[in-house]
Design a protein around this ligand. Sequence first.
Ligand code: UDP
Length: 414
Amino acid sequence: MLDVVDVGKRSLAAYRGVAPDAQLDELLHLADRLRGARCMHLNATSYGGGVSEILRTLVPLYNDLGLNADWKLIHGDETFFQVTKRIHNGLQGAPGELTESDKAIYLANAQLNASRLISDSEDYDFIFVHDPQPAVLAAISPLRDARWIWRCHIDTSHPNPSFWEFLSPYLGAYDAAVFTLQDFIPPELPIHDVHVYPPAIDPLSPKNYPLPVELARHVLEWIGIRMHRPLVTQVGRFDRWKDPLGVVHAYQRVRPHIPDLQLALVGSLALDDPEGWEVYEEVRAATAGDPLIHVLTNLVGVGNIEVNALQALSNVVVQKSLREGFGLVVSEAVWKGTPVIGGRVGGIPLQLPEDTGGVLVDTVEECAEALLHLLRQPEEAQLLGARGREHVREHFLMPRLLLDHLRLLNHLAT
Ligand code: UDP
């Protein structure tokens, strides 16, 4: 059997007054036609990245709207996740070759998970498969009555051919695909029904719920942040595409001008991301001995509330990615009114349109310049944050994502 993630209950009514009314009204209308539909969301991990963050809210909201949804996880060991991380990197264009042994490990795991799926012996109307780790399942699973949807969260605009030629034939079994940006649709995708919509954050989750300032300050002092000093934060898995070392270099350029500036680098270490440990060690080595750089992880108890407090009370948040599917962390920080300096890649520019939410940068030098500017111009920084919050409210809160999902399901059901 596949593991089922226990997600608790959520109520769409609680989003009244937070998300736009028009979205909530349309949701109730669309859900009517899907009442009782059985849906499964399938991915590789229940914590430690954007997909799990989204599913933790999306799946219970499906249920609140009268659909019947499960969130399940494929099984995999470290060797499998090493291969899928290589596939993830290769699909985002990293160099390298997928070896015969990688392919064998990946396919053997898929067979195993396909038989687990059968032994669950449940019928679904819709199965969403997230990202490359479980992507082969549509092709080899006998659950053919379901409509299968591949939800690709990463930037597959220029996949490394060695990886794409291996994976793409299996994708032909899907009825539809969803990408975050039009640009991400890979060349010669064998899925014909393609949809484009971005992810969203949950304004009511512990990570995004407004914390009383005193509590937020207390939480940060507890983890070693000095509240009387300015603070810059990047939150993200320890992944080279998120360029944590680039953030350190930008920070080091600013530090001579603002000597008491602190940097918090927060990253979770997830089971399906063995490379994260390597990058973590590199970051530790590059920042050792500097008491104003805080390298924080889930392993020392830095979880949702701490991330919430860091995003809310930092002077500036950075997301200096070199490749990025969407970057939920950008909307999370902007939603708290904190300006973000973001890499001009993937879904980040969607979240930071001109003069709204923050500043886009291409290099370490530009990042340092923007940091210094926003730290010296707090009123401008605050204005950017406030405008950005309204942009997030309209485009990147969970009810908007739910709406896109229900539109897709309605389309597939007809
Ligand atoms: N996150 C977290 N703690 C960490 C690192 C990340 O809670 O130490 C969360 C972050 O707040 C966000 C998600 O994980 O909700 C990461 O999503 P994003 O889209 O930014 O990146 P991904 O990991 O999917 O590439």
